[in-house]
Design a protein around this ligand. Structure first.
Ligand SMILES: [Fe+2]
Ligand SMILES: [Fe+2]
Length: 476
């Protein structure tokens, strides 16, 4: 099962050639995907040779092949992790029953909605990032951006395969609609808020891949537990690709921090901006922004939908088997400080199943903290007294029980006037945005050279040196 058939128009390890009807349907969708890629993918680099990894098998070691490829000729394919023999549903009311190899009628709409919502984020992020190449801080970073982009394109393929294979006509219609919505477009926006936010400079790109791709990781971990086996196998393979995206984010922010510390020390007033760098308080504001919009992606703290997904065996908790002993979650509860109409809070205890979104979010919070700790090590090593912190999960929320309320990053409730006065200390201002963009007006295509605001990476890709020609860009 692991081996990938690469000779077909659509590389795959799902024996696509045995199902002529499905193969024809996907081969008809393929040129429309390429049209979308050419219109909405990285602008100005479609003819360049890019040193990219492509999946050629799904084995644990060596699934990836590295070579130069033009992005529109990238071999987007359909890869599922190997089946687990006699797999059973591992949680909820259907626990212990055989995993579903087809979609149960009663869960059809729910599963389709989950798959479409996940699928929609993939092309959305490519659209958000399509202009970034034009201001790349190095060829190394340019290549990493494109690697993330082509793999998000492949994740779209993964979801479209499920829609075409298991959801008949409405699945095919949803697959078309995935190519029609556009990030940030007023008339046909992408489904989730964070995927309509502009990602128009590299600091946001690194924050996005650190915080928002990490939400993706947790959604995929929850779906990897699904009783719908094809969804589980698809998402398990997607997770192996996702790891690289978060690496790009963590190392990217880390390199910015390192450079900021160097520039502060160069300046008699420790002023990073005076040296053309990104100062630490501004970096903290971007952490606050991208972390809070990513927290929203987990949904409301108290959610009957989440309870139903869990009960049915559709969406579990991350690492359900390894991390939890009780897979029924019928006992136990979680308590929230819920805002009251008179401006105070009251404790509300909700059954555990109703708190599944929050359980997943708390895992995400702990995972996010690990990178913050690494970033703080960089600052400490430079002997600078500053600490990056994650804001309270109540800060700047747009979904759930704290939606629209005004908290400071420590979680203290603010009046509207206080918020208006202080929000520029918490979140990037128009001036901050303008300043960051002013640092990134020109691309750097010289091999090994870095923009002034970022330190070089510790090493290159796949054993290549940092000054390797990761993208063969002909600027003429
Ligand atoms: Fe993805
Ligand atoms: Fe990703």
């Amino acid at each position: 099962m692991s081996s990938v058939i690469n000779s077909e128009r659509i590389p795959n390890n799902v024996h696509l050639g045995d199902d002529r009807k499905l193969q024809r349907a996907l081969e008809a969708w393929q040129p429309r995907f390429i049209d979308w890629w050419k219109e909405m993918g990285p602008e100005g680099f479609q003819e360049d040779q890019v040193y990219l990894r492509t999946a050629i098998s799904v084995d644990a070691d060596g699934w990836a092949n590295f070579d130069y490829v033009k992005m529109p000729e990238y071999r987007w394919g359909i890869f599922l992790a190997d089946p687990v023999k006699d797999r059973k549903i591992g949680f909820g009311d259907n626990m212990g029953m055989d995993a579903w190899q087809t979609v149960p009628g009663e869960h059809r709409n729910t599963l389709r909605r989950l798959i479409v919502t996940q699928g929609d984020t993939e092309p959305a992020s490519v659209e958000q990032q399509r202009l970034l190449g034009q201001t790349c801080p190095s060829l190394y970073d340019l290549r990493n951006l494109f690697q993330v982009n082509v793999e998000e394109g492949r994740h779209l393929w993964a979801m479209v395969y499920l829609l075409h294979s298991y959801f008949g006509r409405d699945g095919r219609e949803e697959a078309e609609a995935l190519l029609e919505r556009r990030s940030g477009n007023e008339d046909k926006p992408r489904i989730l808020g964070a995927f309509n936010e502009p990602c128009n400079h590299w600091l946001s790109f690194f924050m996005f891949t650190y915080f928002t791709d990490r939400d993706g990781k947790y959604q995929l971990l929850a779906l990897a537990e699904s009783g719908f086996d094809p969804l589980s196998r698809t998402t398990r393979f997607m997770l192996t690709e996702e790891a690289h995206h978060m690496f790009v984010g963590e190392k990217g922010v880390g390199r910015v921090l390192k450079r900021t510390c160097e520039l502060m020390k160069k300046n008699s007033n420790m002023d990073a901006r005076a040296e053309g760098g990104i100062d630490l308080p501004t970096l903290q504001k971007y952490v606050n922004l991208w972390y809070s919009v990513s927290l929203d992606l987990f949904g409301g703290e108290i959610s009957s939908n989440a309870a139903n997904y869990f009960a049915a065996g559709i969406k579990g908790r991350a690492h359900e088997e390894r991390s939890y002993e009780d897979h029924m979650a019928l006992e136990g509860s979680m308590t929230f400080d819920v805002p009251t109409s008179n401006g105070g809070f009251e404790k509300q205890e909700v059954p555990l199943r109703t708190a599944m979104n929050e359980i997943l979010r708390q895992e995400y919070v702990a995972d996010s903290q690990r990178g913050i700790d690494n970033w703080n090590k960089i600052i400490r090593k430079a002997d600078i007294d500053f600490e990056i912190t994650l804001p309270s999960t109540r800060f700047h929320r747009d979904t759930g029980i704290y939606a629209g309320m005004k908290f400071d990053p420590s979680g203290r409730l603010l009046s509207d006037e206080e918020w208006e006065k202080k929000k520029g200390d918490f979140l990037p201002t128009a001036e901050d945005e303008a300043y960051i963009k002013s640092l990134m007006t020109k691309p750097i295509f010289e091999p090994g050279k870095m923009a002034n605001w970022i330190a070089p990476p510790a090493k290159g890709i796949k054993g290549r040196p940092v000054d390797f020609v990761y993208v063969r860009h002909d600027a003429s």
